[in-house]
Design a protein around this ligand. Structure first.
Ligand code: HPA
Length: 272
């Protein structure tokens, strides 16, 4: 894999110049962040050697660099999901490539279902921990003792504090919760949602957890934020659909933008 990583990193480095320390994976509803970048350089994933192509219509699939109010930033707009490829390592190459490019902090965003009535669609939730309910692990087959990754504080405590402070400073609404990974692409059953609540889950989604494990394996600091697009299956009468996810992602986008602009500025001024 190391030559594949070198190829991808060399290709990107030749196009983007200055090293970026902060990268963000944009899930549904955060595309606006890419539109707000100054001096943007966009590299479609299909141009980058080895990068996965996402088939999900709402996930553009491009690496974008630029500045947000003066702060250098690297964005991965779109991600490959396990449910597209049947491969928990779908994001392994992009994440290893970020490390090779000098990225130190990776913030993962996603659309998620809420298991808490007080956390409604359109709101944002800081991920404090996760439960890997898929039984899959992207490090299966990896070698060396580094594969036994400690996942206590996988979601970096200092970064979590920065998000809390940014929410306060910007007036953005930010809940907190434990994210539970289901493989998808079908939504959960009402019984699975009830079981997940008993287990201690607050959010459910189809991404992010394998990326967190891969990023921690690479020694990156990790943060995660979910944009709530619906209540978990069976908690309300509306039928779950991707269209519904996109509708509520749009509703919460402004709040997410406020939060992210503030945290990006803060991390630039006071690096972790
Ligand atoms: N379940 C799983 N993934 C999701 C959901 C959900 O309810 N909403 C958005 N992504």
């Amino acid at each position: 894999m190391s030559t594949e990583i070198d190829k991808a990193a060399d290709y990107i480095r030749a196009r983007i110049g200055e090293q970026k320390r902060l990268a963000i994976v944009l899930g549904s509803g955060l595309g606006g962040l890419a539109d707000a970048l100054q001096d943007a350089i966009t590299i479609p994933y299909q141009e980058i050697p080895g990068f996965p192509i996402s088939g999900v219509a709402s996930h553009a699939g491009a690496l974008i660099t630029g500045h947000m109010d003066g702060a250098p930033l690297l964005l991965l707009a779109g991600r490959a999901h396990y449910y597209e490829h049947g491969d928990a390592r779908a994001m392994a190459l992009p994440i290893s490539t970020l490390k090779a490019l000098g990225v130190e902090t990776l913030i993962l965003t996603n659309a998620a279902g809420s298991l808490r009535k007080d956390v409604p669609p359109g709101s944002a939730s800081l991920i404090t921990d996760h439960i890997n309910f898929s039984g899959l692990n992207p490090l299966i087959g990896a070698e060396g003792n580094e594969r036994f990754v400690d996942l206590c504080d996988a979601y970096d405590p200092e970064l979590r504090d920065r998000f809390r402070a940014a929410a306060k400073a910007s007036g953005a609404e930010l809940h907190e919760g434990v994210y539970v990974w289901f493989s998808g692409p079908s939504f959960e059953t009402p019984a699975e949602i009830r079981a997940t609540r008993v287990m201690g889950g607050d959010l459910v989604g189809m991404s992010t957890v394998p990326e967190v494990i891969l990023a921690r394996h690479q020694g990156l600091r990790v943060g995660g934020v979910s944009l709530i697009t619906n209540y978990g299956a069976g908690m309300e009468s509306e039928v779950l659909s991707h269209e519904m996810t996109m509708r509520f992602a749009a509703k919460g986008a402004n709040n997410m933008m406020k939060l992210f602009k503030t945290v990006i500025a803060d991390l630039h001024k006071n690096p972790l």
